[in-house]
Structure formats: structure tokens, C-alpha cells
Design a protein around this ligand. Sequence first.
Ligand code: GTP
Ligand code: ZN
Length: 354
Amino acid sequence: MTLNIRDYGWNDTFAAAKESFQHEGFVPARVLVEQKNAYRLASESGELHGELSGKLRFEALSRIDLPAVGDWVLVDARPEEGKATIHAVLPRSSFFSRKSAGTVPEQQIIASNIDTVFLVSALNRDFNLRRMERYLVMAYESGANPVFVLTKADLSEDAADKKRQVEEIAFGVPVHVVSAFEQSGIEELAPYLGAGKTVVLLGSSGAGKSTLTNVLLGAEVQVVSHVREDDDRGRHTTTHRELFPLPSGALLIDTPGMRELQLWEASESNDHGFPDIEALARTCRFNDCSHQSEPGCAVQAAIEGGELDEARFASYQKLLRELAFMERKGNKVLEKAARDKWKKVTQQHKKTKY
Ligand SMILES: Nc1nc2c(ncn2[C@@H]2O[C@H](COP(=O)(O)OP(=O)(O)OP(=O)(O)O)[C@@H](O)[C@H]2O)c(=O)[nH]1
Ligand SMILES: [Zn+2]
């Protein structure tokens, strides 16, 4: 079985990056699944089981240097055995990462080379603008383009109003209202789901990500079952992180991996942004207190009194700055800022010897 890697998102940028490696005989492959340093890859010679070369394994300075779902890697392919040895990871155009817990916190790639991230939120009582802001910051840091998808429109009587509220916090970011149950609004997502485009769904548990995934998958059930005819392993049984093709030709990364990001959400923001700090701020003497050196500042008093962690206050301010920046500059500049941020990481990544 052969396949066309362009169907898996291969493009001229990756092709140019490959050229700079000048390794005779290595071919590109995309990581579909990663489990404990074993990989399933899509290559021109079909799906292969990949293993890391000894050199890549030992020269990796951290986990960020190792392949993750969505990565393009260069491999020595042995199609007759169904196997490949992974020798290098091509620079990532975007990625989600998280810091893994442990004595030495380490950055770990959750998913990479993503074009669009659907920030999925339900329009019921889970609706939470502060949380959406956090997700948006995370999306910008990834380098992927954020799109808000507000789900369960059938449960909401003020969907249009909520849509407007989201548009206000997320200047220039598209917002779409859908209902998986009523199959409404789904067609608005088509522009992001073109052939070779990679999408991930991100959002809290219960937001409707799996249901939406099924709708996107089921849009052309015929095509799906056709694809499966010569694949008796059944490619959509997902208990792990996996990249798989949608009938539209787009690639969806699904998602215990994205659930891991929710841990980030839970630990960093407590689900409600910074309610403790916001409560303190309401008791400052001045309504427009900047919590720096104003008299009667309850926030500074709490820091001095040891009730508020200074680092937590610093990250609150960082969030406010980032959001203010977004609102001021609009989407274009933000995209550049996000891009510069990940470029730096990618450059660090490049310094590693292959
Ligand atoms: N009314 C309504 N309910 C929905 C809709 N989409 C999903 N649900 C329900 O919302 C619940 C959660 O949906 P899931 O798709 O499992 O949510 P999820 O985001 O994948 O959740 P996790 O798998 O925990 O991350 C289920 O009971 C769904 O039936 C919708 O469009 N309308
Ligand atoms: Zn104050």
C-alpha cells in the first residue's frame, strides 16, 4: 500500500527543510501515533512502524528534540519489513507543548505542525470567557491559528449574544456557533478542513469535542468505510494520541494529548482565571488600581502579608499584558508575535545535531 504524503500535510516548506539535511536515502514520514518511543508513521511506502536511531535518542537534549504526533521526520524506510528508523525531526511550523511534572520540569511536545486549533466551548452553563482567554493565549503560543467553536447551540437561547462576547475578548479571531445534535453551523468549519490541513480540538472535558469529531468524521461515512476496506486494524479506534485523516482531506489530531493540556488549564487557572486576585483587587482603594505602589492596594498588602504568592501575581499580570496586547494590536501582529516565539524554540531545536 502506498500513499501520497501531500495528503498528510507535506508541503514545500517541509520539502525545503528536508533539503537542508542532505542525507542520502532518507525519506519523509509523518508521525501518526507515538507511544513510549515507538511510532506509527505515514510515508510514501505506506504506514510503517518507526523506531528512533541510536544517535537521535542519545543526542536528544530533552524530550522536545524527540518526535511527537504531527511531526515530520526523516527515516530510513524498510517497507518490506513495514519498519523505519527515524533519524531526524524537521523543524516544526507550530506546536503545543506542556511542562511535564517531575523533579526537572521538561517541555514535552503534545502535537505539532498544526494549522488550526478549534477552541471548543459549550454554550451552556460551562460558558466561561476567562477560560476561553486562557485557551486563546495557549493557542497563540503554539503558532497555530485559533478559531472559537461554540458548541451545543441547541441548548442556548442567547447564542448570538455569547458569540458577540467571545468576539469582544478575541479581537479578530473567528467565532462559529454549532450544534452537533442539530447538525447546524458545521459547514462553517469547512474552510479550515481543506485537504492536507491539520486541525486539533482543544477544550474542557464535556465541551463536545468527541461528538464534533464524530460529526466531522461521519460527514462522508462512505469515504471512511472505503478507506477502511484495506485497513483491517481499524484506524479510528483511539485510546492514545493519534493523527488521522478526515473525509474532507484534513488531518485531525485526537486527543488524550489534548486532554493533557486541560491539566494545564486546571492547574494554572483553577478553571476561573484568577478569582482570588480579582476578589482582592475589588477591595483596593482605587478602582483603577494597578497594584504597583498605590496606597490602599489590597493586592500588594496580600503579597506582603504572605497570603498571595508573588509568582502567582506575576503570572496574572503577564496574562493581563498578553490580553491587552492582543486587543490593542489585532490579529496580524499577534500572529507575528506568536510566530517569533515559536521560531526561537525552533531555532534552539535546530541547534541540536542530527
Ligand atoms: N445538546 C447537545 N449536547 C451535545 C452536543 N454535542 C455534544 N453534546 C453532549 O455533551 C456531552 C459531552 O460531549 P463529548 O463529545 O463527550 O465531550 P468532549 O469534549 O469530547 O469531552 P471529553 O471526552 O471528556 O474531553 C455528551 O453528553 C454529548 O452528548 C450538542 O451539539 N448539543
Ligand atoms: Zn491594588
